[in-house]
Design a protein around this ligand. Structure first.
Ligand SMILES: NC(=O)c1ccc[n+]([C@@H]2O[C@H](COP(=O)([O-])OP(=O)(O)OC[C@H]3O[C@@H](n4cnc5c(N)ncnc54)[C@H](O)[C@@H]3O)[C@@H](O)[C@H]2O)c1
Length: 474
């Protein structure tokens, strides 16, 4: 099938590359000239595991092309999939980018083609979508088009496998009197045996938003439970594990910590509250989900301050992890940014490390005063306290005995309940997290030969730490 994907960001580029893998002929259309030029040179603008290889292979094999926004790009397609952004960059929804893209695309599509919107739409826009498309077609003197939505359920960091092996495919019908559009879209997914649900466009988009609201609720629930565990001497990991055997509950996403970030969850919670309010409704559950999420970031900072005797001014805090989750370079609504800003406001020196170099550079430009460094070792050297914000697997490998020797203080706050508390405490460092109580530093340090001046065990530890005498940023 000939498919055009419009907007080559996290969603569009993965969609285009995966459709090429399924054997479709794909043209990816991108408005940003730099992004387009880079893609044509084989440079992938985002970090998503496996994407470089997939794009490179299909671009070289001729099944995936990249093109600017020109009328001829759309005329031969059986399906045009729009995946442009719908965020306003300030926690809100915007549809002007989508409306502009519709104006670029719709007049030039073949009469038997179907238009598919993959962007997450505000439910208020769904009712307007068929009318906007009809108007553009009439102005162009062309017959009506099939108009569908096909929301995205993949997760950044595992987007390719999520796309290739979906749990379900949701098709929402905005306008398709003959059923030809749905037939085409089913054909696009013929390589998957996942259930394909055909719903109204409003139901499809609400299924997408409802999924995200539920996931956000699970995280805030876990955070509330963690606070209860801390108050009554429980351990949230054990409590959640015991709960998760109940098939009505399940264990996934019941993770306590600094809360959810990213382009979807915080935004959709807040925007759903706003549109509900404009329809005269209250949404007390979502208000609590959002408030708990914000509270976690403040609590994290309070815990770091608590470990430093309440005094953050002039203290050096190492932040481990900046991206909103591991496996991506995405910083959108990452808790790290708010946490760094809160620490800086209290006049701490904040030194952050993240394995994603591009994320480090962007974070430093987004948070004035934030210092980023290129290794865990540099972040920990001279730190009065350490805060883990993103659970990148490499942080599991830190040798805390060696870390203790380069740190100035002895306090770790684990914002993702990701570290082994016993290992950290045994290294002579006090450990706290969310719902795991407080693990006092053990007075018995591990044998000196284990430290050996390194922060990681073999094999990564082959390189030695450079002990930065003074603060040096990137
Ligand atoms: N990021 C996610 O994990 C995710 C998950 C589910 C749904 N979504 C939704 O998918 C949509 C896209 O999200 P994203 O994260 O990929 O956005 P993004 O900002 O990363 O990418 C959008 C791309 O579209 C391009 N673009 C903008 N206007 C264009 C036009 N008129 N023609 C061609 N290209 C144009 C931009 O230059 C950019 O490259 C949003 O509605 C988002 O809410 C995102």
């Amino acid at each position: 099938m000939r498919v055009v994907v419009v907007g080559l960001g996290y969603v569009g580029l993965v969609t285009g590359a995966c459709l090429a893998e399924w054997g479709h002929d794909v043209v990816g259309v991108e408005a940003d000239e730099d992004r387009l030029a880079n893609l044509r040179l084989g440079r992938i603008p985002i970090h998503e595991p496996g994407l470089d290889e997939l794009v490179g292979r299909h671009a070289a094999g001729g099944r995936l092309h990249f093109a600017p926004v020109t009328p001829s790009a759309f005329s031969a397609a059986h399906l045009v999939i729009i995946a442009v952004g719908t965020h306003d960059g300030d926690g809100g929804w915007q549809t002007t980018t989508l409306a502009a893209s519709l104006a670029d695309v719709v007049p030039h599509m073949a009469d038997d083609a179907a238009l598919v919107v993959r962007s997450t739409l505000p439910p208020t826009f769904i009712r307007q979508l068929p009318g906007i498309v009809d108007h553009l077609r009439r102005e162009a003197g062309r017959p009506a088009l099939a108009v569908l939505v096909n929301p995205e359920f993949t997760r950044e960091g595992s987007a390719i496998s999520d796309f290739m092996k979906p749990d379900r495919v949701v098709i929402g019908v905005a306008e398709d009197p003959t059923g030809r559009g749905v037939g085409r879209l089913r054909g696009l997914y013929r390589r998957t045996d996942a259930p394909i649900l055909v719903l109204s466009a409003a139901d499809a988009i609400l299924a997408k938003i409802g999924s995200n609201l539920f996931l956000a609720t699970k995280i805030s629930f876990a955070n509330e439970l963690a606070a209860i565990c801390d108050a009554f001497g429980g351990t949230v990991d054990q409590v959640v594990q015991a709960m998760s055997f109940d098939p009505r509950i399940g264990g996934s996403f019941l993770r306590a910590g600094v809360g959810f970030g990213g382009s979807c969850l915080p935004h959709q919670v807040v925007m759903t509250m706003k549109i509900a309010a404009s329809a005269g409704m209250t949404t007390p559950l979502l208000a609590a989900v959002s408030a708990i999420n914000r509270r976690q970031q403040k609590q994290f900072v309070r815990r770091i301050a608590g470990g430093l005797g309440g005094q953050l001014a002039g203290r050096r805090v190492a932040l481990l992890g900046l991206t909103f989750k591991p496996g991506t370079d995405d910083l959108r609504e990452a808790p790290s940014l708010a946490i760094a800003a809160l620490l800086l406001r209290r006049r701490a020196t904040v030194v952050a490390y993240d394995p994603m170099e591009s994320a480090r550079h962007r974070a430093a430009s987004m948070v004035p005063g934030l210092v980023t460094v290129a290794s865990v070792e540099e972040a920990l050297a001279g730190a009065d306290a350490v805060g883990l914000v993103t659970e990148w697997p490499e942080f599991d490998q830190i040798d805390w005995v060696a870390a203790r020797r380069v740190m100035r203080g002895t306090f770790v706050v684990d914002g993702r309940n990701a570290l082994d508390p016993a290992r950290v405490a045994a290294a002579g460092i006090t450990y706290t997290a969310f719902g795991r109580g407080r693990w006092e530093a053990s007075s018995e340090l591990a044998p000196a030969e284990e430290a050996a001046g390194r922060l990681r065990p073999e094999p990564e530890a082959a390189r030695s730490i450079t002990f930065a005498p003074a603060l040096s940023g990137e």
